[in-house]
Design a protein around this ligand. Structure first.
Ligand SMILES: [Zn+2]
Ligand SMILES: [Zn+2]
Length: 559
């Protein structure tokens, strides 16, 4: 960093997602004087809803900050094709309409998704070569191959005339990643020699000591595990883990089993991986229709559903509702995956159901059948040593990971670590790197065909409904306040009987009827008065019987 430089030339950084969570990655880099500043977006990913977002399909970052000045956004670079890095592109690109840059595998997968879900959307996708270097607006971007758990993960070296940042994306060190090249260590070292101001680095495994095992070790172990099985064997993994699919296919060959692939996501991924050369041209597998015709000890099923997702193959096999696939006592299910935090209950339910049927279970607790795609502590120390940044900014982590990463970096030779959270605007270079401002950020829910802002009440209403149920009352009165028809009640999600065996809807009905009668006729002309009295009566009656107050809606018709 030259001392003469003014802050107008400093590099800015503003994460809109991913800095405070593992998921929904979206990082902005800014350059230029404030009013003419240009922004480069790195990744545009999504995250999946938890129990507090019932019914929501996916969660996307709120791009308001950049969408309001979309002409200042020069493009989006995608580091790799995991959903938490590129899953929001199709939904959110229309609010930016900027070119997208990605290496061939990511670009091909994005095009395949666009053809399937894009509804005619035309997105300019620039395919860039691995380890290539190009300009986007005032930013010079270099793609640097790293290893991870999908083909073609890239770290980005982002340069402006004054500043060099290495944005790692998701990475690990792996001398033999099975599909694709290992991390380009020599280039990282060269860039380190040239001088790196800031390392913006993956924090996922900052609490884990040592070095993560290689994908090749997993391949060997998987083959041994499968070789030790008698009956049918099913293996579930993430559909995006092409290297793992390759290892599983090779394990099938080595153990004289035919590979059957179930699940559209997995078949689409195989198609893209063959097209881009990460799986051999002759990669063959049987469709799930053929599963039932294979001898028990000659079949290896590869399927989706490692997170216990209710509609995916594993959960349907566990519930014995899959149209083509069954497992029975003595067969084996291998979970070549890790349980993403938040999915423990659904995965647990599937494991229990399979265990109850006498199916043998192998998870990464029992054997070396899965490995992380993120750097552990010794790998972090290695990259610090090669890149030698002046400043470390942690990303791809929850708050506890980010804080620990700052501490860990400062304890391991980096002069300064800086915590930057979603919405913080940080000046990364110039006179005094620091967080200088913050902007509102948030989450957008994709809910059916709609996008809902975080302020939208429907999701919190839904959450409440799921806890207490609802009582709907219909009342019909004349303009003079006569009750024309007996009130009607519908209770949903509320127990039928109280402790004494009395029907709760009868108790509510009696209360509503009494409340209506007790309102003087002249005051029954006021709809609001009726609504309030009836709602209070119904809720109190149900609360007496049940111990919980439901949501209550009263519809008053005046005819
Ligand atoms: Zn990833
Ligand atoms: Zn990620």
């Amino acid at each position: 960093m030259a001392g003469s430089k003014t802050d107008d030339n400093a590099l800015m950084y503003l994460p809109l997602g991913g800095a405070g969570e593992i998921g929904m990655n979206c990082y902005l880099y800014g350059y230029g004087p404030r009013k003419q500043r240009k922004w480069l977006m790195v990744d545009l990913g999504l995250t999946f809803p938890g129990p507090s977002e019932p019914g929501v399909d996916v969660i996307l970052p709120d791009l308001t900050f950049i969408a309001e000045q979309s002409e200042a956004c020069v493009g989006i670079v995608l580091t790799h094709a995991h959903e938490d890095h590129f899953g929001a592109v199709i939904d959110l690109w229309p609010s930016l309409e900027v070119p997208i840059y990605a290496t061939p595998f990511t670009a091909t997968l994005l095009k395949a998704k666009l053809a399937e879900y894009g509804r005619g959307l035309e997105i300019p996708i620039h395919e860039v070569e691995l380890n290539s270097r190009f300009d986007i607006g005032p930013f010079n971007v270099e793609m640097i191959t790293v290893a991870h758990s999908i083909p073609e993960p890239n770290a980005l070296c982002i340069r402006t005339p004054e500043t060099t940042v290495l944005h790692t994306g998701d990475w690990k060190l792996d001398p033999d990643p099975v599909a694709g090249e290992p991390t380009n260590i020599s280039r990282l070292k060269e860039i380190g020699e040239e001088g790196v101001d800031v390392l913006v680095c993956d924090s996922t495994n900052v609490f884990r000591d040592g070095v993560s095992p290689s994908e090749a070790e997993i391949a060997k172990s998987l083959s041994e595990v499968i070789g030790g099985c008698d009956g049918r064997v099913a293996v579930t993994t993430f559909a995006s883990n092409v290297a793992r699919m390759k290892s599983i296919a090779e394990a099938a060959n080595a153990n004289d089993r035919r590979l059957v692939v179930a699940g559209r996501a997995m078949q689409r991924m195989i198609g893209v991986a063959v097209e881009t050369g990460y799986l051999p041209k002759g990669f063959t597998f049987l469709d799930q229709d053929d599963y039932g015709y294979q001898p028990r000890d000659k079949v290896l099923l590869l399927c989706t559903g490692s997170q216990g997702e209710s509609r995916a193959a594993v959960a349907r096999i566990a519930a014995d509702t899959h149209p083509h696939i069954t497992l029975t006592a003595g067969d084996t299910m291998v979970f070549s995956s890790r349980t993403i935090p938040g999915n423990e209950k659904s995965v647990g339910a599937v494991l229990n159901s399979l265990a109850g049927q006498g199916i043998n279970l192998i998870t990464d607790n029992e054997a070396l059948v899965h490995v992380t795609g993120h750097p552990r502590r010794e790998e972090l120390k290695q990259i610090y040593d090669w890149v030698k940044p002046k400043l470390l900014v942690p990303m791809h982590g929850e708050m506890r990971h980010l804080r620990e990463h700052v501490r860990f970096a400062e304890a391991n030779g980096i002069a300064k670590g800086m915590l930057v959270r979603n919405g913080d605007l940080a000046q990364l270079s110039g006179n005094k790197p620091r967080v200088i401002d913050d902007f509102p950020t948030g989450r957008i829910f994709r809910d059916g065909r709609l996008m809902l802002g975080a302020q939208d009440r429907s999701v919190s209403d839904r959450r409440k409904l799921s806890h207490v149920g609802i009582c709907v009352v219909s009342v019909v009165v004349s303009p003079k306040g006569d009750i024309l028809i007996d009130p009607d009640l519908v209770l949903d999600g509320i127990p039928e009987f109280n402790k004494e065996g009395k029907a709760i809807d009868d108790l509510a009905y009696t209360a509503v009827d009494g409340a209506l009668e007790s309102i003087p006729k002249t005051r029954r002309k006021n709809v609001e008065t009726i609504e309030k009295a009836v709602s209070r009566a119904a809720r109190n009656a149900i609360a007496d019987a049940w111990g919980k107050k439901p949501i209550c809606k009263v519809m008053v018709s005046v005819i």
